[in-house]
Design a protein around this ligand. Structure first.
Ligand SMILES: Cc1cc2nc3c(=O)[nH]c(=O)nc-3n(C[C@H](O)[C@H](O)[C@H](O)COP(=O)(O)OP(=O)(O)OC[C@H]3O[C@@H](n4cnc5c(N)ncnc54)[C@H](O)[C@@H]3O)c2cc1C
Length: 285
């Protein structure tokens, strides 16, 4: 096994493209566990943490560009990002422990393609995009186009995520992420819900995105959940319609941490609670 630590994205892409069994190492908090348990044995590891261009968060005209090697803890320390996208930052800061957060990245959470990844529902709800660098240049795709199934992404040979982009927020917007775990810390989501919405001056919801984690083969958007909110003030009936839409969108597995029925029920309950938090934030409370 070879280890390389390039200092530019183009050098990283060149290395990744040259070897079929190459893997990107960002924080390594998934990859190293997979290697230690014989679930991954890459011929070549390409470390991204020494590429300065991937280590920064750039705020420009209300948008944010989060480099693929920025750790979760750094997101939590970025005041403007926390203010604009509290749901995204909270989701990232739920990942593991302080030790994990000092290494783990948003792009790694996305590319690990776990259906239960915590930051991914928040990113989908936010309408985030991923900048992908590869041998044929760069392309930008919505984050929902990256994971295609458990542990599988749409990235082609030689490609890597270079950055995550968060769009400019209209006024009176709020987002939130909630998950259910059987323990209070350090567990995998049994259900995760991301809600992001915008209100007009009268408090009526004009735009919304709702997403669910851990209830399908990958993190999913719930368009009917968004429809339930749009045009409402977030009243009890709208929240009930949102909960029903989220429960209906679930196609979960049964496992030792939650039955199908439990996940379906919890998805609705958490969606309502996440929407209530997002509404409060959008109203400025
Ligand atoms: C103790 C512990 C607790 C955890 N708790 C949680 C939790 O609560 N919630 C949760 O969601 N996850 C959790 N995780 C999983 C893990 O920490 C996260 O998924 C994390 O975000 C992965 O990021 P990373 O930078 O460490 O990825 P890495 O391990 O470096 O990479 C993960 C995968 O993505 C690929 N990859 C990484 N970056 C890129 C890129 N830029 N372009 C293309 N491919 C890339 C790698 O090749 C690898 O296949 C936990 C892990 C541990 C060990």
């Amino acid at each position: 096994m070879r280890f390389e630590a390039p200092t530019t994205v183009s050098a990283a892409v060149k290395l990744l493209a040259a070897k079929a069994g190459a893997r990107v190492l960002a924080g390594g908090t998934d990859l190293l566990v997979q290697m230690r348990t014989d679930r991954a044995a890459p011929d070549l590891i390409v470390d991204l943490k020494r590429i300065p261009a991937l280590r920064t968060i750039t705020a420009k005209a209300g948008t944010f560009r989060i480099g693929a090697a920025v750790a979760g803890a750094e997101l939590g320390e970025h005041k403007a990002l926390r203010k604009a996208w509290p749901g995204v930052v909270e989701a990232a800061n739920l990942i593991g422990s302080h030790q994990i957060q000092s290494r783990a990245t948003l792009a790694g959470n996305l590319c690990n393609a776990s259906p239960a990844a915590d930051s991914v529902p928040a990113l989908l709800a936010a309408g985030a995009s991923a900048v992908i660098a590869g041998p044929r240049g760069k392309r930008t795709v919505p984050v929902e186009a990256v994971a295609v199934g458990p542990g599988k992404t749409s990235l082609k040979r030689g490609e890597m995520v270079e950055a995550i982009l968060l769009p400019k927020r209209p006024a009176r917007s709020g987002d939130a992420y909630l998950r259910f775990i059987p323990r209070s810390e350090m567990d995998i989501a049994v259900v995760g819900v991301g809600v992001n919405l915008t209100l007009d001056t009268k408090g009526v919801c004009t735009a919304a995105r709702v997403s669910l984690g851990a209830v399908a083969e990958r993190v999913i958007l719930v368009p009917d959940g968004a429809k339930a909110l749009i045009g409402s003030t977030g009243d009890t009936q709208a929240l009930a319609r949102l909960a029903a839409a989220c429960s209906a969108a679930c196609r979960p597995i049964d496992d030792k941490r939650g039955t199908k029925e439990f996940r379906i029920k919890v998805a609705g309950v958490l969606a309502r609670r996440a929407a209530e938090i997002a509404l409060k934030r959008a109203r400025g409370n």
